[in-house]
Design a protein around this ligand. Sequence first.
Ligand code: NAD
Ligand code: TYD
Length: 364
Amino acid sequence: MTAPGPGGHLLVTGGAGFIGSCFVRDVLGRRDGTRITVLDKLTYAGNRANLGEVEADAGMASRFAFVRGDIADPAAVAPLVAAADAIVNFAAESHVDRSILEPAAFLRTGVDGVHVLLEALRAETERALRGERATAPRLLQVSTDEVYGSIEAGHAREADALAPRSPYAAAKAAGELLVRAYHATYGLDVVITRGSNTYGPFHHPEKLIPLFVTNALDDLPLPLYGDGLQRRDWLYVADHAGAIAHVLAHGATGGTYNIPGSAELTNRDLVARLLALLDKPWSLVRSVADRPGHDRRYAMDGRLLAALGWTNRVGLDEGLALTVAWYRDHEPWWRAARGGDWDAYYARQYAERLATSSVAEPAS
Ligand code: NAD
Ligand code: TYD
């Protein structure tokens, strides 16, 4: 098993989304000869504009190809996996609230899609064993801390039991289990990463940080679920993408690596920091009905990843400042991302909640 080095050809599935597009920009930006093909279905969350910087740069564009397609479609996947030295799978439906409203698409991409990728990888691994290609491709499955469920105290370690509590987290856990099973059964070269709550530029405005930043810029209410004392450990997107590239290159085959964030804090404290950066009042914050099954806390132990030689570079103060500045400077991007089914989704998720909301108690 050899991890792909500089100059290899990566297949990046879901590469037009938030974290995947950061990975593509940063890896091609190293200008070390690595080539990337993106396979992306361009769901409501996928956006070709997220790769605009790559396509506008002759040096990067010459090593980049984009294919629109579904990871659950074997005919689309097989030739792309055959041409790749490694696959990094970011493709997923990624929003917990949408998984509560309509879980089916989460299973289709997170379970069936992962299965299709694994079957293509299995075929290529068999070809390598027969000497029909030099090495078998490696798969890095991008997973999440949410597979551990709510961590009331302490920090989850990689060998801990999985206890997902939302349809999103259950689909991600199922995908991981398939990846592990194909490693054990067929000897596929796989690695898994479990990233923490991620934030930064190009984040779809349905998620907490970009939703609250863009609503605040428009002086719209900020719907804080429940008591707002849920805790998350925030990871800047370039650190998440960098850690994935590091694990792809250095991770042990069959290994799983937590990617913790740089700062754990309550949603209330996070919102207070965003409002201070935006110079907007706390009176925008509305206390609304909680998310069903809302996980109270996510927290992971990062010792395995640290031992592999990775350290996050961007702290929360710097990352939030960069993020707020980016949304201020990219209004056309986030207004366009609030197109498609946005109004219908927003009404379904928030109309009743906001109608029955109250002014939130100020953060401590
Ligand atoms: P995102 O929703 O911004 O991007 C997902 C991308 O996958 C989109 O471009 C979408 O078009 C594409 N896609 C969806 N279904 C597809 C399919 N069937 N075939 C091909 N492409 C498809 O999500 P993100 O926040 O960038 O997350 C990327 C990955 O990282 C996901 O697997 C997610 O579970 C994981 N993750 C995210 C976070 C986070 O905080 N955002 C944290 C940990 C792990
Ligand atoms: P989110 O960005 O959806 O990420 P995740 O559910 O993967 O942690 O939400 C982050 C936290 O913010 C989570 O505790 C739910 C909360 N939240 C709100 O209070 N209001 C909102 O409108 C949203 C989208 C999230």
